[in-house]
Design a protein around this ligand. Structure first.
Ligand SMILES: [Zn+2]
Length: 165
């Protein structure tokens, strides 16, 4: 098996494991295009074929009937302290450890971001379910909630669609 096949195989296994284990998966819509223009990280990004992994994850989530929530790329998931909400404006890409000057949290950068991504994703789902009608959802700029079938069947005032979940 060549390197590319091994990678695809690995992505297959990981995406299947995630989709089987979790009912709701929140991912960040990374600005891959913009990152490719940043030559410092372009290589590692293309190496890991983020796009390919995401496509597999979407496919597996659909297959196993799970929700994927995609949050916007402008939500500053890396800079927010996942414990106290402080925003660290001077966080650099090279800072692999996130240290919060306000509450003292010290945590792996990606772990901190993932906690924020989960939080933002669940807030978005909550607001979709509780406050907005389908028309408002369509025009609100909330996007990337896959699969849409669960959201699109929810009519204003209808609890039947939610009860099916
Ligand atoms: Zn903090």
């Amino acid at each position: 098996m060549n390197l590319k096949d091994m990678r695809e195989d690995f992505y297959d296994k990981v995406s299947t494991a995630i989709a089987k284990q979790y009912d709701t998966i929140v991912i960040e819509d990374l600005n891959v295009q913009g990152m490719m223009q940043n030559h410092h990280i372009a290589k590692s990004l293309s190496d890991v074929s983020f796009y390919s992994f995401k496509q597999k994850l979407l496919y597996k989530a659909e297959k196993y009937g799970k929700n994927i929530i995609e949050i916007g790329r402008f939500d500053p998931s890396s800079k927010i302290c996942s414990r106290c909400g402080n925003i660290k404006h001077d966080l650099k890409l090279s800072d692999r450890i996130y240290h919060c000057d306000v509450c003292g949290l010290t945590i792996d950068r990606d772990h901190n971001a993932s906690k924020n991504i989960r939080k933002i994703g669940l807030i978005k789902v909550g607001s979709v379910r509780s406050e907005l009608t389908p028309v408002e959802i369509a025009t609100s700029g909330l996007y990337g909630i896959y699969p849409y079938r669960q959201m699109s069947v929810v009519e204003a005032g209808s609890s039947d669609a939610l009860a099916e979940r």
